[in-house]
Design a protein around this ligand. Structure first.
Ligand SMILES: [Zn+2]
Length: 447
């Protein structure tokens, strides 16, 4: 990377997510060489860095870039697409009639434009780090490299994987394994701190014992964790019990899939024993409340998991790019589900900020998701002027009810300004949307 000029983002209300000093009025963040150099009062840092470029937050909120720990960029071209079959009435039908048909219709070119649309959406929503889970079964080889190309251009910190599955036959499963392997090899060689890989698996019900063993063997070469849909719907559990006489998390344990680097998305249908297995193995769970409600698969027992020491992050499953919206959905879902209006005040902000930051920090090998010296300089400035007093004790309420639905005006990733004055600087949005619309038209015909 070229040397970047020293930057100050200041004159704002800074939410640091650093427990020692969570909030600063008239705060400022100094950025050098892609990292945070200092956090302090605007006047102090302007004196300390006299030659630095100053980005004026004008009293708005400065906070760490948001992290989405489970998404699917390949879903972008499906927006507004009509289904050709009758309306799906179950989780499996949603996959069969929509997502598994869409992924088959994508070319490598479609994968790229779909990723670019997703990256633009991320930046517009202040999401600076994503964990993507990709499928394009007729364009497997090279697909992660096309998404990585989009990520590099946009500047979004991205952890990618290809979802291996037996649903399209042995040959495509083998291609999926090879694509994960090739991309993990690339990440090992690449100096780019914004790109990482996990080993992608679709879900228990589309993976044979043999394929799973091959995935484990391939991942072991890189000491890589897995990114896998886990007990998302009751169907997955029923099928696992029928075929393997195990619940899904038990199957993952026996197959060597669990571990501190693994992301288990959903975990809606897990029992007490499985929660213990997730905690003991330090596996991270990713909660996707909007997707779970949308697919009517149930409510994941994530409050219980957090109480018992499981790391639980927050994702969107591609349902939206907005992490504030996902947090608000979690807040509402768990109150509604428990019948207790006092529930779920603390946990959704904790999942979005603390737990997602821990997951990203583990993956990217440097501090992500906190405004502290030495952390990656991923910073957003959100347009919110609080109408009531804001302080360290009531930040969560301001985030939950004030920031939700607001857009950032400045986005910085790894010290690069990728959005300023609400304009994307790394993406030609007009071109991307035109190319995406053209690609979508062809995808819809093939769908
Ligand atoms: Zn998913």
């Amino acid at each position: 990377m070229h040397a970047l000029p020293t930057l100050l983002a200041g004159n704002g209300r800074v939410i640091t997510h650093d427990d020692r000093a969570p909030y600063l009025e008239d705060g400022c963040v100094a950025v050098r060489d892609g990292l945070i150099a200092a956090v302090g009062l605007t006047a102090d840092l302007r004196r300390a860095y006299p030659g630095a470029r100053f980005l004026d937050a004008q009293g708005r909120i400065i906070l760490p870039g948001l992290i989405n720990t489970h998404t699917h960029l390949y879903s972008a071209l499906a927006r507004g697409m009509a289904l050709k079959d009758s309306v799906p009435g179950s989780f499996l039908q949603i996959l069969e009639r929509l997502w598994w048909k869409l992924d088959k219709a994508l070319s490598l070119e479609d994968v790229y434009w779909s990723a670019m649309v997703g990256m633009a959406d991320c930046i517009r929503n202040g999401v600076t780090t994503i964990f993507d889970h990709h499928a394009s079964s007729n364009a497997v080889a090279g697909s992660l490299f096309r998404i990585a190309g989009a990520a590099r251009l946009a500047g979004v910190r991205s952890c990618l994987c290809y979802e291996v599955s037996d649903r399209d036959g042995a040959q495509i499963a083998a291609q999926g394994i090879e694509e994960n392997r090739a991309f993990l090899e690339h990440c090992k060689q690449s100096p780019d701190s914004r790109l990482r890989g996990l080993f992608g698996l679709h879900a228990s019900f589309t993976l044979s014992r043999k394929t799973l063993a091959r995935c484990r063997e391939a991942a072991a070469e890189f000491d890589a964790g897995f990114h896998v849909h886990t007990a998302e719907a009751a169907y997955d559990v029923d099928q696992c019990l029928r075929q393997h006489r195990l619940r899904v998390v038990e199957r993952w344990r026996d197959a060597g899939i669990l571990g501190g680097k693994t992301l288990a998305a959903h975990c809606v249908h897990v029992d007490d024993r499985e929660i213990d297995l997730l905690r003991e193995s330090r596996t991270s769970v990713v909660h996707n409340p909007q997707s779970n409600m949308g697919n009517a698969v149930g409510c994941a027992p994530v409050l219980e998991m957090l109480r018992r020491g499981v790391r639980v992050g927050l994702g969107t499953d591609g349902y939206t790019a907005g992490m504030f919206a996902s947090m608000q959905a979690a807040h509402l879902l768990h109150k509604h589900q428990s019948g207790d209006p006092s529930a779920a005040w603390a946990e959704p902000p904790r999942m979005l900020f603390r737990e997602n930051a821990a997951i990203a920090t583990e993956c990217f090998g440097g501090t992500v998701g906190k405004l502290v010296p030495g952390a990656y300089a991923d910073i957003i400035v959100v347009d919110y002027d609080p109408p009531t007093p804001m302080n360290a004790a009531n930040l969560s309420s301001h985030v939950l009810f004030g920031l939700s639905g607001r857009s950032p005006v400045i986005v910085i990733i790894a010290g690069c300004v990728v959005m300023e004055d609400g304009k994307l600087l790394t993406i030609d949005e007009e071109e991307v949307m035109a190319k995406a619309r053209a690609a979508a038209g062809e995808v819809w015909k093939r769908f």
